[in-house]
Design a protein around this ligand. Structure first.
Ligand code: ADP
Ligand code: MG
Length: 300
């Protein structure tokens, strides 16, 4: 429902001014705090889409309001499209892309050659300086290949120096989660896992994962009834162990769980298809998506 359609021009202006005024306490709370935002490849499948434009506007807004913002991105659809052009069949297990050497080259090309510069450009178009990085830059992300997954693997160390240096210079780091392998090669790391590990390493105040679904459903078959608004890390752990969560949701939940256990006070999963979901989450009282809290916080 469009609640503003019956308003006069003047009333509409007043309505917008009220929204700004109501956001003030949230703005003062969040200015100077650190937020890690993971953007799924689906959310930015097309640079001209409204979803991509909203994402770039939100990134620019958070930065302009003084939030120390770190962007980590995925690129699943872009990788799959490029693989398709080379007649490569993507393979997944437990929500992770099985990555042989050829696939690693495709992953790197799509992530560092296409998706990363696209986000940097979209953000720059809105007047904000962003720098694109791979996790290999300045040894930011180190990872170990997971047995059976080829060059796909898990983060073993985060060196946040390059990230904090950019934040201190008022620049938004935009990170592709291609990592330096502890065996010297490249390792393809899930972007949710990278966002969670980075959030923990830089002691972020919040980590937000933007995806293409409303939030976590306890029963994926009956979504509407089973959307989870708030969940504690131990409840989340039980749910992950139960085996009812599938595919791409597994690394997302593990990432939020691990980040919050490591001391990030709030983990969120939001629907990137909803316009300005990030602004709604940070600057209004409305709880949207799924929020992960530490065990002690959610008992209050
Ligand atoms: P992204 O590009 O954001 O990482 P993924 O496809 O990797 O997206 O992960 C999100 C997907 O996980 C959803 O679109 C949904 O199809 C799937 N999924 C599996 N189990 C669940 C669940 N229990 N609740 C919500 N989504 C789920
Ligand atoms: Mg995913």
């Amino acid at each position: 429902m469009d609640t503003t359609s019956s308003l006069t021009r003047r009333e509409h202006a007043q309505f917008k001014a009220n929204i700004l005024a109501e956001a003030l306490p949230w703005m003062t709370t969040w200015a100077g705090r650190t937020v890690v935002l993971k953007i799924g490849g689906n959310a930015i499948a097309d640079a001209n889409s409204q979803v991509a434009i909203n994402m770039a506007e939100d990134v620019a807004m958070l930065h302009t309001l003084g939030i120390r913002l770190v962007v980590v991105h995925g690129g699943g659809p872009q990788i799959s499209a490029l693989a398709d052009q080379f007649n490569y069949k993507p393979q997944f297990a437990d929500g992770m892309r099985v990555t042989d050497d050829e696939m690693m080259t495709i992953v790197q090309t799509a992530m560092c050659g296409q998706v990363n510069p696209m986000i940097v450009r979209l953000v720059a178009d809105r007047g904000v300086r962003a720098v694109g990085l791979a996790g290999t830059d300045a040894n930011c992300l180190t990872a170990h290949p997971r047995p059976g997954f080829g060059r796909a693997g898990d983060i073993t160390a985060v060196d946040p120096t390059v990230i904090t240096t950019l934040l201190d210079a008022n620049i938004v780091p935009v990170i592709a989660p291609i990592s330096r392998g502890d065996d010297g090669g490249l390792v393809n790391v899930n972007a949710d896992a990278a966002a969670g590990a980075i959030a923990a390493a830089i002691r972020a105040d919040k980590v937000i994962v933007l995806t293409n679904i409303e939030g976590l459903y306890t029963d994926f078959g009956t979504p509407k009834a089973s959307l989870v608004n708030t969940i504690s890390t131990s409840e989340l752990h039980t749910l992950i162990q139960s085996g009812t969560v599938e595919q791409g949701m597994i690394p997302k939940l593990n990432a939020l769980h691990d980040a919050v256990v490591a001391g990030v006070p709030q983990g969120h999963m939001l629907d990137g298809r909803e316009s300005h979901a990030v602004l709604l989450e940070i600057f209004t009282d409305d709880g949207i998506g799924t929020m992960v809290l530490p065990d002690d916080a959610s008992k209050e």
